[in-house]
Design a protein around this ligand. Sequence first.
Ligand code: MG
Length: 338
Amino acid sequence: MNIRFHIVDLHLKHPFTIARGSSTVRQTVILELEHDGIVGFGEAAPLQRYDESIKTVSSFFEIIDHKKFADPFSLELILQYVDSITPNNNSAKAAIDIALHDWIGKRLNMPLWKLWGLDKRKTPVTSFTIGIDSPMVIEQKIREAENYPILKVKLGGQNDEEIIRTIRKVTDKPLRVDANEGWKVKELARDKIEWLVSQNVEFVEQPMPANQSADDLFWLHENVSLPLIADESVKTSADILSLKNMFDGINIKLMKCKGTREAIRMIHTARALDMSIMIGCMIESSVGISAAMHLSPLVDYADLDGNLLITDDPFCGLEMNRGSMILNDRPGLGVFPK
Ligand code: MG
């Protein structure tokens, strides 16, 4: 197995602002696993929030033992080895999981959705994300998003009500709200959410910080009338049980959970606990996005717009029409370098 990686700059169409901060460019790492003349692509989009950076991802790829990859079909053995190297580095581990699956799909001449036995017609419509901004820019962004039937709005900054009122002047589309841990006091979070009930909002993602006390999170869940989805509070399947009765659902991201194999475990765990499931993303190229898209027939909600928010996706082949994600019959991830 030949293992290579390169760092790519992804430039955002608009400066992307959430409750935690703002950026105009994000770096991502594209991984290539080459074996028997076939190249499997993977991606690691590291976030500081989860203690990862381009440096931690690069260092991780530099220490992996290539000999463990002799048979790429041995997913369980290889991924157990990869996971045993360090306790964290989840986005780097996700890149390896994604690249191995792409390689296997290409080798078997089969798209991933088919390999997993899924119905490709069951992909949910993805939401399109509107970052925190001034009313003038929000209006412009809403016009640019006219092809997307569902909007996800970032709140938790200084002007939540102004953002929602601006959007509601322009459109009555269903909204999903993501506070990204921005509301630090339970009563404030409750008041914000109860106001959103009147604004045609479907659900609220991560209203309070992941390290908020369990008592506060239970209290909030008891005292609001919109469903709450955990994002920063949940990384892998091991986190889900303790969130029952604090949240109604979970947001799975491959970069948090180490890849598609763990994502499938999370889906089954959440279903067993009668929790709803969303699949989301970071700012990513269409390598990471397509991997999540192949899993999306198993989930209730999708927020897979990372590649739509950038101007220079280094890959192509991912198909989307007005927010509908189209899984085709190309093998593996179905994407290729431009
Ligand atoms: Mg979120």
